[in-house]
Design a protein. Sequence first.
Length: 155
Amino acid sequence: MKMIEIFDCDGVLVDSSHRYRNLPNGSIDLEYWIENNTPEKVAHDSLLATAADYQKSLQDSQRFTIIATARQCAAHDFEFFRSRLGMPQHIIYRKKGDSRTDWKLKVAGLNRILNLRQFKNRAVRLWEDNPVTIENFRRIFPHWEYCYIESNQGR
């Protein structure tokens, strides 16, 4: 394995904006998001252009592909990944009751994996639509490659 590819989901791989809204302070309305995470509404999510890069990564035996999302994933989310995107080698997602910010959630999940011997000293690329997440990741992981994806969901 030569590279680790980490993809955010919403706004990077998947357009789920029909289930998304912000609070007056600009942050995501997490309660609204969780309330609208139903099988019927997830079925209306669509793939974005970056999904093609993700799927190429999945096909490359030299890459370890991760989805790192702030979503609280249910069975229907995993089914969407399986049937529409393809399953990555690993998924980091929000557990019920976890209210950490996007970047803190992802850093914690990634640290558990990237500290394993087989992942030491590998090139890492993060695909992300949240500028705050990228800013914080750059502070912690300055040698990674970052692909900022413009999105109406990355706040």
